[in-house]
Design a protein around this ligand. Sequence first.
Ligand code: UT7
Length: 323
Amino acid sequence: MTAAKITATGAYVPEREVTNEDLARVMDTSDEWIRSRTGIGSRHIAVGESTSQMAVKAAMDVLSRSRWEAEDLQFIIVATGTPDHLFPNMACLVQEAVGASHAFCFDLNAACSGFLYSLSVAKGYIESGMYERGMVIGAETISKVVDWTERSTCVLFGDGAGGVIVEKGERGIGSVVMGADGKGGDVLRCYSSNILCHSEESRKRIDYLHMDGQEVFRFAARQVPAVIEEVLDREGLQADQIGHYILHQANERIIAAVARKMKEPAEKFPVNLSRYGNTSSASIPILLHELDQAGALQPGEKLILAGFGAGLTWGAALVEWNN
Ligand code: UT7
């Protein structure tokens, strides 16, 4: 059977780094509070740079590490909850900028689960024989939808983009399980459609991101192990057969709670949120790229990718690494 595999990764984060100490100088917070509650030490913030511009840079990075030219791509999916505007979609902007003239393009919003959802769509296209290769990108400028006077949320997030090439192969992306619970929509929401924030005036009208942190924490600690178990069951695998668990980077304590529940060592759950914060749909592809670049992923190694976020949404995938 035709499978879909990930054959190249890439990422981009904006240059401006904002440390916990930087934040403590302008609001009532501390490095100690942020680190101990979340594991976050700093984050990158887009200054004069949009979601689409970061997505383009990530796409160019992915292409530079792949054996394909932009014109070879048949589709581009951009997972984002923070597009520059409503339309044209971010994927079309990426297509134009990189010259992927044969690709059809759309965005997908499943908040922090967006990369996982998009990967499943790419897998479906490829396994069904409809298409042979495309690009999936997660890109976010969360900094423009957080209230910078609200310390309980703004310290958690960062901006960035990451992506992968998904193409036809013999093995690769295995079982994917996704879910959603619309009843939980209220616990993490941003109702604003005015996200451009060109002026101070427009920023005043914005409805910023709101989050019931403890509720999201409980949801993630419960749902992520459950969805991973479902993927393992479908694959007939035991938890200890997984080399690395690449989870959405929201909070180190959530990741540790999942590791404990899975009875797996914390070392199998890599984290980079100390440097980037929560970059929503970009967190999994950025981490995957860093691990790949560091040579941390062995050929044939089985990985679990798992995301969760607003919606509420969640998803997990088994990936046999053969990049
Ligand atoms: O992609 C999914 C995104 N969301 C998440 O993953 C969020 C999951 N939830 C969490 O990570 C945690 O719930 C938080 C890190 C958001 C908050 O941690 P917490 O242990 O649940 O803290 P809390 O909200 O109960 O706040 C405890 C105290 C409060 O003070 P009082 O009422 O005890 O005096 C807050 O006002 O900490 C205070 N606080 C802060 N203090 C310093 C809240 N934010 C800050 C801050 N700096 N930035």
